[in-house]
Structures are given as C-alpha cells and as structure tokens.
Design a protein around this ligand. Structure first.
Ligand SMILES: [Zn+2]
Ligand SMILES: [Zn+2]
Length: 208
C-alpha cells in the first residue's frame, strides 16, 4: 500500500509554504505519493515533479490541481496543463479527460468552501472526496458517494506544510497510479478549531 496525500495548496495559490517545504514535510511524515492541488494551476505539481526528479527523492508526484468550476471545486488528477476555471463540472470533466485526467468533487455540500451541492455533479465525476479535514459535510458526501457507488478519497486540504498528512489515502500498488485512486482507502481526522483559527489569523496578517 502507498500512503498518499491528495489535497495540498502551496504558496503558488493560497497556501502558506513553498512546494519544497511541502515535499520535505511529506517525506518526514512517511508519505509515498503526493498531489499538489493548487487552485486553478498545475504549477505547484510541475515544480514538485522537477524537485523530486532532480533530487531523486523517494516520493511519487501525482500531478493535479483544484479547479474552480461554476458550481463547485473539482480535484483533477493526472493533468499537467491548466484547466480553465468557471466552466460547468461537465465541461471541466471533459477537459480533464482530454488531458488524460480524472475528476473528484472536492468537499461537496460544503457551500462555505465552494463545494458543489448539485446532485448532477455527483453523477458527472469519477469520484468524490468524502473526507475533507476542513469540512463538516463529509457525512453527506459519503452518503451520496455510497448511493452512487463512486470511488472515495480523503483530503487534508492542507494550506501549510504542517497540515500535510492529516488525511492519508492508502492506494494499492498498481502499475497505473491514477487508476489506483479508484481503489483508495483512507484515514483522517478533522482539523481542530484552534488550528483553523491560527491559519485564519495568518491569512489576515498577510492581507494587512
Ligand atoms: Zn476547495
Ligand atoms: Zn483545497
């Protein structure tokens, strides 16, 4: 089994830390597979691929991003080109497919975090993030994923190196890493209010 962190933001979108710092944290925490899922850009993933190959780090990078579709956030894996934001989930799915990627709805039902609340979107995507460490709506996401027999993954939605590995997926060691997402199992804990407040304060300070 491979331990995979599938939802992290770097300083290339709204995260606190550099891609390098995130990779170091992942290695420290015994992560084998990481996806840097910055908002609407694969830049973080591309940087991670470069660092890992140049320094021959014992880490697999699954390229990805979190696309802002018109009705909610979509985690796209397996793409090395940016996908245009603000398209419908259907159009996002088609674009991802064209680039060889797969789509998972991010934190669905969590309208505060721009998660989709449209059942149609559940039908469209390949799978669902049914555990998001920041969301209170995981129970609903899980219920609908089960109802529709959709593959499930977990995400830390880490915005700092420290939060990497809060939610870990266990992937079977298959030849095709992307396909192995469809057979993921996971473990995770909700991020405490204290940790979330610390991050909000950091964001506020940066804005001032
Ligand atoms: Zn999101
Ligand atoms: Zn996110």
């Amino acid at each position: 089994m491979l331990r995979a962190e599938l939802h992290v933001h770097s300083s290339l979108s709204d995260g606190r830390d550099s891609v390098r710092k995130i990779l170091e944290a992942a290695l420290e925490k015994g992560i084998n597979v990481i996806s840097i899922t910055d908002h609407d850009t694969v830049q973080g993933s591309l940087e991670a691929i470069d660092i890992v190959s140049e320094e021959q780090l014992p880490l697999k990078v699954l390229p990805g991003c979190e696309v802002t579709a018109s009705t909610g956030h979509v985690l796209v894996y397996g793409v090395v080109k940016d996908i245009e934001p603000k398209m419908s989930v259907e159009e996002t799915f088609i674009a991802a497919r064209e680039h060889g990627g797969v789509c998972f709805l991010a934190h669905p039902f969590d309208f505060i975090r721009k998660g989709s609340v449209r059942l149609k979107d559940f039908h469209t995507v390949d799978g669902i993030e049914t555990f998001n460490a920041k969301s209170c709506f995981n129970f609903l996401a899980r219920r609908y994923a089960k109802k529709l027999s959709k593959p499930e993954i977990a995400g830390s939605d880490a915005h700092s190196a420290r939060a990497v590995g809060v939610a870990v997926n266990y992937l079977p060691e298959e030849a095709d890493l992307l396909r192995s997402l469809f057979h993921a199992r996971y473990d995770g804990r909700r991020v405490s209010i204290r940790e979330r407040l610390a991050f909000l304060l950091f964001r506020l300070n940066r804005r001032l």
